[in-house]
Design a binder for this molecule. Structure first.
Ligand code: CAA
Length: 259
């Protein structure tokens, strides 16, 4: 891996693109270039039919220790309000295909928020999650107060955000923040395996399944169930559904086109 490039993006392989944060000396702090790089990568992946899932990682040692604090001293209120990063975070938030995050080491501040933008987090045993922005006299600014609270509940979120205490991988697993904990040497391999499994499934069902699960976070149960019913019915009209059912009956592997 080159030290000069602040992030690395692979070509699609088995329909998966891997984005790797690569600023190890700054613990992968998310500067403007990196955040815009993630958004650009996702925008390109959204429009590329060959990409069905994205793997997001910081490598074996550290995921990301947050926004780049060294950019803060010169930033004014209007800089923050007008910052293009808001648009970039929105591109990450609204990315319609699944994102799997492989988290080793620190996922702090914006790093924890970035991981929480993923649909599934696989954590290494050495993973540490935290939202320590209050230490800097600010609060999380990329969704941390909302997403963390919805996932781990009020009390743990308050402890992490107000007292700035970190949680380890096991606590993250117990609280539902991550899906699995693996030895740190195999975190990326496991996350890639999962991403490739997802990418082998009927793409429209995966995409609409992601949408439907996310509706649970911002809809009433009644509205969410209504969304699910309509989405379920819509998928009955797809070629992938015909292929999936035929493949089951004929005892063969389905060949899905996302149509
Ligand atoms: N921004 C910029 N540089 C960072 C950084 C960050 N978020 N986190 C670490 N670094 C840099 C350090 O300055 C240091 O660089 P130098 O060698 O040039 O001094 C290098 O990475 C290694 O860091 P440490 O020497 O501090 O390593 P450590 O092992 O002693 O401590 C740590 C690790 C506990 C993660 C500590 O670095 C730390 O507390 N980092 C800041 C975490 C933080 O506050 N994150 C929130 C940022 S604000 C935010 O994210 C806003 C938002 O919601 C979008």
């Amino acid at each position: 891996m080159s030290e000069e490039q602040e992030y690395l993006v692979t070509e699609p392989r088995n329909h998966v693109v891997q984005f790797t944060l690569n600023r190890p000396k700054a613990l992968n702090a998310l500067n403007g270039n990196v955040v815009s790089g993630i958004a650009e990568t996702l925008n390109a992946a959204r429009d590329n039919d060959d990409v069905r899932c994205v793997l997001l990682t910081g490598g074996e040692k550290v995921f990301a220790a947050g926004a780049d604090i060294k950019e803060f001293p010169t930033q004014t209120v209007s800089d923050i309000l007008l910052d293009s990063r808001t648009t970039h975070w929105e591109a990450i938030r609204s990315f319609p295909k699944p994102i799997v995050a492989a988290v080793n080491g620190y996922a702090l501040g914006g790093g924890c928020e970035l991981a929480m933008h993923a649909d599934i987090i696989i954590a290494g045993e050495n993973a540490t999650f935290g939202q320590p922005e209050v230490n800097l006299g600010i609060i999380p600014g990329a969704g941390g107060t909302q997403r963390l609270t919805k996932v781990v509940g009020k009390s743990l979120a308050m402890k992490m955000i107000l007292a700035c205490e970190f949680i380890d991988a096991r606590t993250a697993l117990d609280s539902g923040l991550v899906a699995e904990v693996t030895p740190k040497e195999t975190t990326i391999e496991r996350a890639l395996d999962l991403a490739e499994t997802i990418a082998s499934k009927p793409p429209l069902a995966v995409r609409i399944g992601k949408q439907a699960v996310l509706k649970a976070f911002d809809m009433t149960l009644e509205n969410g169930l209504e969304f699910e019913r309509r989405a379920f019915a819509t998928l009955f009209g797809t070629e992938d559904k015909a292929e999936g059912v035929a493949a089951f009956v004929e005892k063969r592997k389905g060949d899905f086109k996302g149509r």
